[in-house]
Design a protein around this ligand. Structure first.
Ligand SMILES: [Zn+2]
Length: 81
């Protein structure tokens, strides 16, 4: 069996997550094009973000667990002097 990570549609920058409770996959959709990076850790988000962090709460269709996603825009790699 081939494990082919075929990229189906990246047009909207969707990210797939796994529910930590039941293992059910779910999809996170960026709120807008400026917030295309996502983390589950709010500290991580506020540390790395430039500008606003947008919180989205996803409830698992399988078990109902709430998962918080933090969408943000990453700071530029090299800051000008
Ligand atoms: Zn679940």
């Amino acid at each position: 069996m081939d494990e082919d990570n075929t990229e189906m549609s990246r047009s909207q920058g969707q990210k797939t997550f796994i529910c930590p409770e039941c293992g059910e996959p779910f999809t996170g959709i960026p709120p807008d094009k400026n917030h295309s990076t996502v983390t589950l850790d709010d500290k991580d988000a506020y540390e790395k973000a430039t500008g606003t962090v947008i919180k989205r709460i996803i409830d698992c269709e399988e078990c109902g667990r709430l998962t918080k996603l933090y969408w943000y825009q990453e700071k530029p790699q090299s800051a000008p002097p």
